[in-house]
Write a protein that binds this ligand. Structure first.
Ligand SMILES: [Zn+2]
Ligand SMILES: [Zn+2]
Ligand SMILES: [Zn+2]
Length: 444
């Protein structure tokens, strides 16, 4: 820290750190950008990291995971919120007329893989977990009953009443096929609308678009479920209204039908997976119970979470020996171990369960949207970068050239990431972020 403070380049370093917005693990880039006049080939401007502190430029890591970098995850969360909200009320290039399109907030859950400890409330009172009068005793000697009224932070929540009865195989396989289930669900929705309207799928596409934005959320027991905004548009997406027959009511019926109609089979193990029976479908309205802000905030919140809430790891793990080094609760350990076991089977190589063991088998994207839902995270990022570039120009760092007449040649290479311990302290002070480090974060 003292070395850094006495460094003659300190001001420039501090500027770089401020620009990373409190990123906990900034990426170091080494390289240069050169601007040439297209007509004459004359070099107009040259920027090189050579003159930067340590010879590198520090840029934000842009992770979406709050467990890795709270500052970047917050940016991601805010962008996701804007993206979801624009798809409901317009803005960011989406016309406001989109607010009149039917839109539902749908939650698709996973089926049961065995009884787990739960916390349920009714009228503000916590109910007993699994109170059964004539509870069976399983072959492992566990009574299939639990009368505890679990506290919200009880570590047993989501854990099986009997781990030996619990279907760990089913749990991780469900996570592995969940993205395919979702894909088939959206296809079934379109097919349903085609049938209802007496059109072929191709004809339907000329009249109706089913747009969506969704996030995956881990339930405590370690399976994913999906929350999605599903919206009906005309052929061009949010810019055109859906046909009159494509109402919120018709969408709700189609969702109910499609969710129950599709399955995915894991053939080598002869296991068939479908959504759980708990299907929640709610209408999104600007002034009703479920507003567009609430939905956007909800989706954005889950977009920055991974499987941490289940108590698993946020990094890859490949062997049981590696697994043994981590202090995990038994349930998370068994879910990961099951991924490693199934991942070793040649027949299941496609599911890549070893690579995704730390995610309990789920290898999909956390938040996805259909092409026409609204704007993109890339567009939101580009707008922000453009703003920063404008700022650079006004502060005299980058010359203002006409893009068409200038050839830009850039060369960048990765030069590590993270901050030394002293730099972490300074960065926290400079950016007003807290220091709650889960382990060191210097060069990997
Ligand atoms: Zn970051
Ligand atoms: Zn219980
Ligand atoms: Zn048992």
């Amino acid at each position: 820290m003292i070395t850094r403070l006495h460094d003659p380049n300190y001001d420039r370093w501090a500027h770089q750190i401020k620009r990373t917005g409190g990123c906990r693990q900034p990426i170091h880039l080494r390289g240069k950008v050169e601007h040439y006049d297209r007509a004459t080939g004359q070099l107009l401007h040259r920027y090189s990291t050579h003159t930067e502190p340590g010879g590198v430029l520090r840029v934000p890591c842009k992770t979406r995971r709050a467990s890795r970098c709270p500052a970047c995850a917050e940016t991601y969360r805010a962008d996701t919120y804007q993206l979801v909200r624009a798809g409901l009320v317009g803005g960011k290039g989406v016309p406001e007329t989109v607010a009149a399109h039917p839109a539902l907030f749908v939650t698709l859950t996973a089926p049961s893989f065995g009884a787990v400890h739960v916390r349920r409330e009714k009228n503000g009172k916590v109910l007993p977990c699994h109170a059964r009068r004539d509870a069976e005793t399983c072959s492992h000697g566990h009574v299939m009953s639990c009368t505890a009224r679990h506290a919200a932070g009880d570590p047993h929540l989501g854990e099986p009443l009997c781990p030996d009865c619990y279907d760990y195989e089913g749990s991780v396989l469900f996570n592995a096929v969940a993205p395919e289930l979702w894909r088939r669900f959206t296809e079934a929705l379109r097919r349903r609308f085609a049938r209802l309207s007496g059109l072929t799928l191709r004809e339907l596409r000329e009249r109706l678009t089913v747009s969506f934005a969704k996030v995956a959320e881990y339930q405590r027991r370690g399976v994913v479920h999906f929350h999605a905004v599903i919206r009906l548009d005309g052929p061009t997406g949010p810019t055109s209204p859906p046909p009159a027959w494509a109402t919120a009511d018709a969408l709700e019926k189609a969702v109910q039908h499609a969710a129950g109609a599709i399955t995915v089979e894991v053939e080598p193990l002869a296991r068939v997976f479908r959504w759980g029976t708990q299907l929640d479908v709610r209408l999104i309205t600007m002034n009703g119970d479920l507003t567009e802000q609430a939905v956007a905030a909800y989706i954005a919140k889950y977009a920055t979470k991974a499987a941490e809430c289940v108590g698993t790891l946020d990094r890859r793990i490949h062997t049981l020996d590696e697994l043994a080094l981590h202090p995990l609760r038994e349930h998370a350990r068994r879910l990961i171990a099951e991924c490693l076991r199934l991942g070793a089977l040649d027949d299941l190589a496609d599911l890549r369960l070893t690579q995704w063991a730390h995610m309990l088998g789920f290898r999909g994207h956390f938040s996805t949207k259909s092409r026409r839902y609204s704007t993109t995270l890339g567009a939101l990022r580009a707008a922000r970068e453009e703003h920063q570039r404008a700022e650079e120009i006004t502060t005299g760092r980058l010359p203002l050239f006409d893009e068409d007449t200038v050839l830009v040649i850039a060369h960048w290479e990765y030069a590590g990431k993270g901050l030394s311990l002293g730099d972490q302290l300074l960065a926290a002070a400079l950016t007003g972020t807290s220091l709650s480090y889960a382990g060191g974060a210097s060069d990997e």
